[in-house]
Design a binder for this molecule. Structure first.
Ligand SMILES: [Mn+2]
Length: 240
């Protein structure tokens, strides 16, 4: 009995080793779990469910196989794949969750989220986020022809890479007060998120009580997951 959490795979046709690692992870680990949660940035970018990229049906099929084996898969949007929509959800059998969700599993209360909303020191990112999460802007973007969407996505990626080069490490990490406020708001002892690519379990003391913030690693050269059982909440890295 275990539930698995992963994030930040950044799947793309340019990284076949990560795709292979994920497909192996499904067959060798996820298939024995009670459920799989993907906490965002599953794909490196997403410009609409109508993108004919052959990687997408390949991944959808693998997830559908997992579902057919009786293991539900849940998904929270990341900052790169926030446009994953109902068509992909249907094709892959995943259930899309809101950006924050409290789970009660095996007597643990765990908040799950992508993690970008905790990085409140990065004001320019938060401003950008507000814009791209506007439903009207999203709808207009999705109406554009695919080649224009691709071009825009490309431009935005280059711009963000350029901007991030000049941002300090602390600005791009979580804000500790935001973390405390989030723990208080959702009243959980644990949270699990990705986004910062800094795998760790941090202890956060709030009013004399310990809380734990688990951060998933990105899948650059190895896999990273949280494995939650009745006894344990464990951060595990494993080879592709
Ligand atoms: Mn992210």
């Amino acid at each position: 009995m275990c539930t698995l959490f992963i994030a930040d795979l950044h799947l793309s046709e340019h990284e076949p080793a990560i795709t292979a690692g994920f497909l192996r992870f499904l067959k060798e680990q996820a298939v024995y779990a009670d459920a799989l949660y993907i906490l965002g940035d599953f794909f490196d970018f997403w410009i609409g469910d109508d993108d004919p990229n052959p990687l997408h049906p390949q991944i959808a099929q693998a997830l559908m196989q997992l579902k057919n084996a009786g293991i539900p898969c849940y998904f929270i949007h990341g900052n790169r794949d926030f446009l994953i929509g109902s068509r992909f959800a249907k094709e892959s059998g995943i259930t899309i969750l809101p950006q924050e969700k409290v789970l009660e599993i095996y007597q643990h209360r765990i908040l799950i989220l992508h993690g970008d909303t905790l990085c409140t020191d990065d004001e320019s990112y938060q401003r950008y986020r507000k814009k791209v999460h506007n439903k009207l802007i999203q709808r207009l973007f999705l109406l554009l022809p695919l080649f224009i969407r691709l071009r825009i996505a490309d431009k935005m990626r280059t711009r963000s890479q350029h901007a991030n080069r000049y941002k300090s490490e602390t600005i791009m990490d979580v804000n500790s007060q935001t973390v405390i406020d989030t723990f208080k708001h959702f009243n959980t002892q644990w949270m699990i998120h990705g986004h910062t690519h800094r795998p760790a379990i941090h202890t956060v003391e709030i009013e004399g009580e310990n809380h734990y913030r688990g951060v998933l690693g990105a899948w650059h050269t190895e896999g990273s997951m949280f494995k939650v059982t009745a006894e344990n909440i464990e951060l595990i890295s494993f080879p592709f």
